[in-house]
Design a protein around this ligand. Structure first.
Ligand code: SAM
Length: 265
């Protein structure tokens, strides 16, 4: 899924362009940290670097940001973009973070913990590298967020003769706004949850298909052998066009949010 930035960029552009009401999500997330300017910050699972600029402008010359990701391809893309200018990039797994204890004031792990095999091990590691009173920030989605895409896939599969639903995606159940607090609390008893409800509203079919197509690596292996991803996408396109003709738009409600945890030390 994250061999390179391409899929991530399609999704983040879609959110930027089609979300209503609009919200600058990275800004909103990090606004919960009481910044002093001298923080040592680690962005783990940094992806395309969406949090780099919002963090950078809050740091003075005594603060610094280090970014890490499991995907080497993602880091290579970052290295060649201006986004990562002067930010040290590290190829690392959230479950084995190669830093000494108490070395960061803020650890960001946004929209990434649901991919980690052993989430508790990752959270334990994050607590280890955070100094007492440091902040652990983990943005994620509600398990009900953007379910319309899933329903669309199920409806199309049914039209194409496959009556089962595809299994729920890891990202929709492993670390959600509903389940995340129980995972975090044993390590960070002091955790708050903030959430935002808005929607993707599409005026035409193409950007919806581009978004769904970005899910290909996780969905395609689950299809029955007689169905190709292209056939499924064509069918989804037909359905969505009909709905847009009827309703004038295609609306996908979403619920996203963030856990803000302070390390008791
Ligand atoms: C959905 S992207 C989120 C990127 C960024 N944090 C954001 O919010 O825009 C998830 C990122 O987590 C990375 N990732 C997945 N598993 C990881 C792990 N175990 N350790 C570190 N990074 C991981 C992926 O390579 C990908 O870049």
């Amino acid at each position: 899924m994250y061999a390179s930035q391409d899929r991530l960029i399609i999704r983040s552009r879609t959110h930027d362009i089609y979300s209503y009401p609009k919200i600058n999500f990275p800004e909103w997330v990090i606004s919960y940290i009481p910044w002093q300017g001298d923080e040592r910050v680690l962005d783990i699972g940094c992806g395309a670097g969406l949090y780099f600029d919002p963090v950078r402008i809050r740091l003075d010359k005594n603060g610094y940001l280090i970014a890490a990701d499991l995907s080497y391809g993602m880091l290579k893309d970052l290295k060649s973009s201006k986004q990562s200018n002067m930010i040290p990039l590290l190829n690392a797994n959230a479950t084995r973070i190669p830093f000494v204890s108490n070395s960061f004031d803020v650890v960001l792990a946004n929209h990434m913990l649901y991919y980690v095999q052993d989430i508790r091990k990752a959270v334990r590691n994050i607590r280890r590298i955070l100094r007492p009173r440091g902040y652990f920030i983990a943005a994620t989605n509600s398990r009900h967020s953007m379910n319309r895409f899933q329903l669309e896939i199920t409806e199309s599969l049914s039209v194409l003769g496959y009556k089962n639903r595809l299994p729920t995606q890891k990202t929709q159940k492993h670390f959600t706004l509903e389940s995340g607090a129980d995972i975090i609390r044993p390590f960070f008893p002091n955790v708050q949850i903030k959430q935002i409800k808005n929607a993707l509203i599409f005026p035409n079919t193409d950007p919806v298909l581009a978004y769904i197509n970005s899910l290909q690596p996780s969905c395609e292996p689950l299809l029955p052998p007689y169905l190709s991803w292209e056939d499924l996408l064509d069918q989804i396109g037909i359905q969505i066009s009909k709905k847009i003709q009827k309703e004038g738009k295609y609306t996908v409600p979403k619920i996203t949010g963030v856990f803000i945890a302070e390390n008791e030390g």
